[in-house]
Design a protein around this ligand. Structure first.
Ligand code: ADP
Ligand code: IOM
Length: 350
């Protein structure tokens, strides 16, 4: 796989229909100030914004290669972070994993709208660069350390690690189609340097029921996932919190006092949590302005049925919390729950 590259020496050209946060916040003076900066792990400003320059349909378009990227390139990261999360320079990350403070009873006990619920967090290992700046050896070491830690989990979390290298293509395609595994060849990740040496160093761990899964070395080094059919959000959250606490006993994650868990994409900073439902809303789908209005007022993001950059099918959408930094984990799930209740009420009304 050869990633597309732009040479980074002159201010990038943006198409008239480009609406990425990179386009919105990259001024010519900021570009001149940043273009020759390079982090301690050798990550350049051109690498940071390459994805958004070559993929002009990016929603964000910028990636960090290490924790230092967020300070060295702060003239661009800070306004993007403020725009996406509503998080300013004086704000501080907050965490709350206390299930008792969440109020999210199943919003669809009869199973008329919600097909499945999924909550994931992104995590990266402390003391090494993030995915876009990792060397092949560093990536492979992370894979073996993380796989070893995961294989020691017990009870409901016990499972098996399946490396992508050597995985049968039909097995892999089925895991992707069933929404368990990340897809190959994502052009946004490719241009961010996240698909180098593919498929080496990547894989998926899951328990027997596929209700607890961990992606290894995709956009983040770990994506810890809890998911199941139906709308029992509290059960999904409880399993996720248990799993994260267990993994933290053996793997130290990259963490920053202000920005929380450090992730390669600024949208995932803080909690790195995306709580979503796959939900059937055919009537609202026919009235997108009303749909978007409810989504915006509840800080929700609307994705298609195969995740980011995919389309909806048969009136089914992926609805999740948008803000992840400056809000706690409980608030992320509460945002999703409150919004989903509002969407179901509107669908019933139509
Ligand atoms: P991420 O959630 O890690 O940001 P994506 O948006 O690409 O990444 O989603 C990854 C996969 O998870 C996709 O196959 C998507 O359809 C699936 N997915 C997301 N939410 C749900 C859900 N509530 N139920 C089932 N699958 C889901
Ligand atoms: N998180 C990342 N995959 N995404 C925001 C890419 C983009 O559209 O810029």
């Amino acid at each position: 796989m050869t990633a597309m590259r732009w040479d980074g020496s002159t201010f990038p050209e943006f198409k008239p229909n480009c609406s990425s946060l990179l386009y919105r916040h990259l001024s010519e003076p900021a570009f001149e100030q940043l273009k020759d900066k390079i982090t301690g792990s050798g990550f350049t400003f051109a690498q940071a914004i390459n994805s958004g320059v070559v993929n002009q349909d990016s929603s964000i378009g910028i990636y960090a290669g290490d924790a230092e990227s967020y300070t060295l390139f702060s003239a661009l990261f800070d306004p993007i972070i403020a725009d996406y999360h509503g998080f300013t320079k004086t704000d501080i990350h907050r965490s709350n994993l206390n299930m008792k403070t969440l109020s999210a009873p199943n919003p669809d006990p009869d199973g008329l709208y919600i097909l499945s619920t999924r909550i994931r967090v992104g995590r990266n290992v402390a003391e090494v660069p993030l995915g876009p700046a990792l060397s092949r050896e560093q990536r492979n070491t992370i894979e073996s350390q993380v796989a070893k830690s995961l294989c020691n989990l017990s009870g409901e979390l016990a499972g098996t690690y399946y490396p992508l290298l050597g995985m049968d293509e039909t097995v892999r395609d089925q895991l992707v189609a069933d929404h368990f595994l990340f897809k190959a060849g994502d052009r946004f990740l490719d241009a961010a340097g996240l698909n180098r040496d593919w498929p080496e160093g990547r894989g998926i761990f899951h328990n027997r029921e596929k209700t607890f899964l961990v992606w290894v070395n995709e956009e983040d080094q770990l994506r810890i996932i809890s998911m199941q059919q139906g709308g029992d959000i509290e059960a999904v959250f409880t399993r996720l919190v248990t799993a994260v606490k267990e993994i933290e006993k053996t793997v130290t994650f990259m963490f920053d006092q202000r920005l929380g868990y450090v992730t390669s994409c600024p949208t995932n900073l803080g909690t790195a949590m995306r709580a979503s439902v796959h939900i059937r809303l055919p009537k609202l789908a026919a009235d997108m302005p009303a749909f978007k209005n409810i989504a915006d007022s509840h800080h929700l993001q609307i994705r298609g049925i195969h995740g980011e950059h995919s389309e909806s099918e048969s009136g089914i959408f992926d609805i999740s919390n948008k803000r992840r930094l400056g809000v706690t984990e409980v608030e992320c799930v509460q945002d999703m729950y409150n919004g989903v209740v509002a969407l179901i009420n509107k669908e019933k009304e139509l």
